[in-house]
Design a protein around this ligand. Sequence first.
Ligand code: 5AD
Length: 369
Amino acid sequence: MNPDHGETPPLGVADALSLEAIEHWLREEDAARLEALWHAADETRREYVGDEVHLRGLCEISNVCVRGCTYCGIRAPNRGVQRYRMKADDVVACARQAREFGYGTIVLQGGEDYGMATEWVAHVVRRIKAETALAVTLSLGERPAADLAAWREAGADRYLLRFETSDEALYRHIHPDLPGRVSDRLADLRTLQRLGYEAGTGIMVGVPGQTYASVAADVDLFRGLDMDMIGIGPYLPHPATPLGAEFAARVASDDWPPDQVPNTELTTCKVVALTRLVRPDANLPATTALALVDKEAGRAHGLRRGANVVMPNLTPPEYREKYEIYPEKAAVHETAEAINAGIQALLDDLGRTIGKGAGGRRRTPGSGA
Ligand code: 5AD
């Protein structure tokens, strides 16, 4: 895992960091040398997006899903999940709570659930926009362009759709029921941009079969895509999924494909830091999955190694415990108030301030776009 792999390549922003250098840094294990990466990412973050941390309240509006993504706990074939769809009033109440906490954005996330009719989502977006000044982000899967257009028309500001991995074989392995390829998802991202959304994408780190070269290619792809937001989290095995079973079997027999990337906090931080360097003005969250994989330090490390966004979970507890895309264990019992207080304390500790306003992307000329 830690071969002597030659001289440490220089760090730089945008096009200054080569694909080879990215892969080199992903493999770097020396704590002293990694300090240079953390420092470069933190300085770049400060220079391009400042010390403000934007808070986005997360509301998990439906755990119904038509897809069979092999990593995800709410995949359609998982019979162990009690399915729910939130009521419009409850979603709007969540948005009000986000406003009361001083957040600038509400993120409505759910499975790819066609029982959530196009018009219903549009109605909820219009209500939130009428009752609050919040930015509205949607994360509802690969819906048809007509749906995306209707929701944009209703006032939605942003849309999140991770491509998860740019490795075609791995993409098919984890999305067995999607007819599409990585390029189709990238086309969806262009559709979102054309419709006037701020668009976000991202990946999981440490999926079984994911190599250092493939994660380096993902970071290189981030550089080429003009994304406003990029979410990066460790893969967290869910026991009731095919990929979770594969992960457990590989752990038991210590059988990993050559060049397997670990699903650790450290590796995820390297990906966040490198992504900050190649996309200096993007909004990058310290993700919930990163906070879960290292409860002590995950979120703080993310914020000190390139991230500038946190997404506190505001989903009412009775729904939240049923929205297990990955195992959350004790975390589901934390109240929104407790989560909020924890984040405020963390930001004080880090000397960072809470972002004012909606916290959209402020493009920097010459940032590699
Ligand atoms: N581990 C980590 N991240 C996951 N996601 C879904 N399932 C898992 C898992 N088991 C991520 C995917 C998806 C986002 C909403 O959550 O990257 O795009």
